[in-house]
Design a protein. Structure first.
Lengths: 122, 143
């Protein structure tokens, strides 16, 4: 499906030494699940110890529903205890785009505002 | 629900009814019935393309516009029908009765073929009328 003006963020693929492939991606269900479990995107910087493992765990839920948090924590340990910066950026983008999907394009909003006599300059 | 509602719900993330910030899962839960009313399936909303709701929202807007146009057209037909009825009810005796339109209002401009066919029909009608006039004149002269 076309993404209108925004490019979709590609999922992350990771493979372990046994050749097991994991696709990390987010849909609304996995976002909601991880959010209910305590994840808050605004707290990544202030509380990374708690938020990052949850963000990482949630990204498995779309394609690998049966995986447990203990399993994903173990993978993180094998990574060296944290998430590489590039991967973190992508995970956050994957999470954020699920939210963005509900927001109407700015141009449309601005056009509507213009039709009702408003001008928006940012 | 219009664009502003969507943006308010997802951007300012304030639920005024309980005066607290909406969590993402609350926002998703809240928006789900709206997008389902736009024709989106439950499964697609929760597990499908994150941007799919925008398409359903746009489609819903088009559908609303089309429906509005249909209602307007229906009003025009009803207006026409009432006009015919009232005109016939209050017209003088012996006057030509008003008729309801024979064909639906055209929704699109006629094609080239339709325009040519219509012109041909008009020409044939004029020829027939002229011939009838000539025949009447001949009969009158013969008398």
């Amino acid at each position: 499906m076309a993404k209108e003006t925004k490019e979709a963020v590609n999922p992350i693929t990771i493979t372990n030494k046994n050749g097991d492939v994991y696709i990390l991606d987010y849909d609304r269900a996995s976002c909601a699940a991880v959010n209910k479990a305590g994840f808050n995107a605004n707290e990544i910087e202030s509380n990374p110890e708690e938020m990052l493992p949850l963000l990482f765990f949630g990204a498995f839920k779309k394609h690998h529903r049966k995986i447990s948090k203990a399993d994903t924590d173990k993978i993180l340990e094998e990574f060296g205890g944290g998430i590489p910066a590039k991967m973190l950026d992508r995970l956050v983008s994957l999470y954020v785009q699920v939210r963005e999907g509900l927001i109407v394009e700015d141009e449309e909003f601005e056009e509507n505002a213009k039709n009702t006599g408003w001008t928006i300059e940012i | 629900m219009d664009n502003r509602d969507l943006i308010e719900l997802s951007d300012t993330v304030e639920d005024t009814s309980v005066n607290k910030t909406l969590q993402d899962w609350e926002l998703f839960d809240k928006m789900c019935p709206f997008f389902m009313s736009c024709g989106m399936s439950y499964d697609l909303y929760w597990h499908g393309d994150p941007y799919a709701p925008r398409m359903f929202y746009k489609a819903q807007k088009l559908q609303n516009e089309r429906h509005n146009q249909e209602m307007w057209l229906q009003g025009l037909y009803i207006y026409n029908a009432f006009s015919v009825v009232l005109s016939n009810a209050f017209s003088k005796k012996g006057s030509k009765p008003a008729k309801y339109i024979e064909k639906p209002f055209p929704l699109y401009p006629p094609t080239k073929e339709e325009r040519e066919a219509e012109a041909l029909k008009e020409r044939q009608k004029a020829i027939r009328s002229f011939q009838a006039m000539m025949d009447a004149q001949k009969r009158k002269n013969a008398e």
